[in-house]
Design a protein around this ligand. Structure first.
Ligand SMILES: [Ca+2]
Ligand SMILES: [Ca+2]
Length: 274
C-alpha cells in the first residue's frame, strides 16, 4: 500500500529502471547470439573449403576453388619470371668471376714477388756469412735440371743435409737463411718446398713451377739479363737474381735471354730485380 504520493512515484521509477535493465539484458543476449551464429557460419565455411579438394564440387564450391586458385596464382612465380631471375644470376656470376680470378692471380704475383725477394736476401746473407756464393762456380741459371739444381740450392740455404749439401758440406754452420713452408699437396706442389719423391726439396712458386735463380759464380758482379728488353740493363750489375714463370708456367727466359719481357709467355713472369 502506498501511504504517500511520493511512494507511488518511487514505485513507478523502480518499475521503469527494472524494465530498462531487462531490455538491456535481452539486447546483450541477442548480440552474443548473433556473434556466435557468425562465428559458427565462418567455421562452417572453412570446413566446406577443406572438403572441396576431396569431394566432387557444385557450382558454389567451384567458385571458391577458383578464387583460391587465383590467389595462389597471384602469389606464385611464372616460368618466365623464374628464367629471368636465373639469367640475371648467371650474368652476375659471369661478371664477378673474371674479377675474382684477377684478384686471386694478383695475390699470387705478390706472393711470388715476396718469395723472390727472400731468395735473393738469403743468397746474399750466405755470401756475408761464408764470403762466397753457395755452390756455384759459374753464372748458371739454377733450374731443376742444372748443376747445382733448385733442390741443392735450397737444401743449402735451409740448412738441410741433402743433395749437394749432404753432411752439411755447403752450409757447415747449419745457418737457416730461408725457411719456406712445405707444399700442402705433394702431388700438386705450390708455394713451398716439394715433399714427394719426384720433387722433394724444390721450391715451387704459387702456380706450381720451381723458381729460377742466377748467381754471380764468376764474381764479376755481372749477370746476363734473362730478358733482352723491358727488364733492365744487360748485363745486370748485380750478384743474385731470381724469377718465376708466372701463371702460364712458361717463359723464353730459359735458356734465354728472351727478346722482350713484355711479349708472349714472358709477359706474366715475375722477376726479383724490377
Ligand atoms: Ca758474372
Ligand atoms: Ca710466363
Amino acid at each position: 500500500m502506498f501511504h504517500k504520493r511520493s511512494d507511488v512515484y518511487q514505485a513507478i521509477r523502480s518499475l521503469s529502471e527494472g524494465s530498462k535493465r531487462l531490455r538491456l539484458t535481452q539486447l546483450n543476449e541477442s548480440i552474443v547470439q548473433t556473434d556466435l551464429t557468425r562465428h559458427n557460419a565462418g567455421a562452417m565455411r572453412k570446413r566446406t573449403v577443406g572438403r572441396l579438394c576431396q569431394t566432387p564440387v557444385g557450382p558454389s564450391s567451384a567458385f571458391h576453388r577458383n578464387a583460391l586458385q587465383q590467389r595462389r596464382d597471384e602469389r606464385a612465380f611464372t616460368l618466365i619470371e623464374l628464367l629471368v631471375v636465373i639469367a640475371i644470376i648467371a650474368i652476375l656470376i659471369g661478371l664477378l668471376f673474371p674479377a675474382f680470378s684477377a684478384v686471386q692471380n694478383q695475390a699470387r704475383r705478390t706472393q711470388a714477388k715476396n718469395d723472390l725477394t727472400q731468395i735473393v736476401t738469403a743468397v746474399n746473407a750466405y755470401y756475408t756469412e761464408y764470403g762466397k756464393y753457395p755452390l756455384v762456380t759459374a753464372d748458371t741459371i739454377i733450374t731443376t735440371a742444372s748443376t747445382p739444381n733448385n733442390a741443392d740450392l735450397f737444401y743449402t740455404l735451409r740448412a738441410v743435409a741433402g743433395g749437394l749439401n749432404a753432411l752439411d758440406v755447403a752450409n757447415p754452420r747449419k745457418i737457416v737463411f730461408i725457411n719456406p713452408p712445405d707444399v700442402k699437396d705433394p702431388a700438386n706442389p705450390r708455394s713451398g718446398i716439394g715433399t714427394a719423391a719426384a720433387n722433394v726439396g724444390r721450391y715451387f712458386d704459387p702456380w706450381g713451377t720451381p723458381y729460377l735463380v742466377r748467381i754471380d759464380g764468376t764474381y764479376d758482379n755481372q749477370l746476363v739479363n734473362p730478358y733482352a728488353l723491358n727488364a733492365g740493363a744487360t748485363p745486370l750489375q748485380i750478384g743474385v737474381i731470381a724469377w718465376s714463370f708466372g701463371k702460364d708456367a712458361q717463359s723464353q727466359s730459359v735458356p734465354g735471354p728472351a727478346a722482350d719481357k713484355k711479349t708472349g709467355t714472358n709477359d706474366d713472369d715475375v722477376i726479383s730485380w724490377q
